[in-house]
Design a protein around this ligand. Sequence first.
Ligand code: A3D
Length: 320
Amino acid sequence: MARNKIALIGAGQIGGTLAHLAGLKELGDIVLFDIAEGTPQGKALDLAESSPVDGFDAALSGANSYEAIAGADVVIVTAGVPRKPGMSRDDLLEINLKVMEQVGAGIKANAPDAFVICITNPLDAMVWALQKFSGLPANKVVGMAGVLDSARFRYFLAEEFNVSVEDVTAFVLGGHGDTMVPLTRYSTVAGIPLTDLVKMGWCTAERLEEIVQRTRDGGAEIVGLLKTGSAFYAPASSAIAMAESYLKDKKRVMPCAAHLSGQYGLSDTYVGVPVVIGADGVERVIEIEMNGDEKAMFDKSVASVDGLVEACRKIQPALA
Ligand code: A3D
């Protein structure tokens, strides 16, 4: 059986880390694409030279032409610009929308059967635009944000409770932005909801709220520390988990920015919700019950995504 082919559009910080992880996990052959000449080729060669040491077999190559991604099974998109300190994700909209137009055309022409994972910010609006520009079916185009936001929440909770990260499950819904919705009722330590843990005295409601807020600000915290660029290790791990679920038909349940067509009372939008990822891409959108407070937070988050999508439509009328 031939190896799978994974195309990474954007060979920057996240792109390089994605290639490394995909190699270490032997997910398939890897093509790095970037407009910067030499960068994808250099990273591909450097990583290929690590393969004898780590013992993985994968063909790694770099390219500046979209033909190189032909026939890819998975395409992960990080092309664009990241945040600098003081910038919000939304400040990136105009420049990254133009990038999505080029990337969408490249995927449409060369890898129309791929499962596409978008990471470029502002995430929910960019994945929405990428699906339109590429013309791929909506179940094959998905955005990575919820897995990362939930991982941050899980890590902070595990640290707080002094328990293994493996036993903490957490749920973050809504848009990937300051209005994201970490759901404490659906987040657990070994199945015990956080709301019960507060009653059991593991932490106060105030402390839990601080952790929720730190999760919302998780991306900015890293941007502030790094000063140049944004997080890349955890975003890459998150997207690789999604790619693996697709390639191995694992049917994992993950929070992702998914296309909604009626679910949650929304249509023609992308927003973070729990989905099942398997061989057919996004195989199911799970509609969970929300209480009044949760619904209010979710609606606020959706409104902020709607604003970004509207801005995209204004800049690029072809998207309307
Ligand atoms: P960076 O290291 O700058 O890499 C981006 C790469 O894109 C660079 O190598 C550029 O040369 C390349 N590029 C720019 N324009 C094009 C183009 N038109 N075609 C192809 N390649 C192009 O950034 P990064 O890897 O740190 O981040 C990439 C994106 O991910 C940014 O938009 C970040 O904001 C975003 N990001 C999202 C999350 C989420 O959770 C959604 C987390 C972290 C970063």
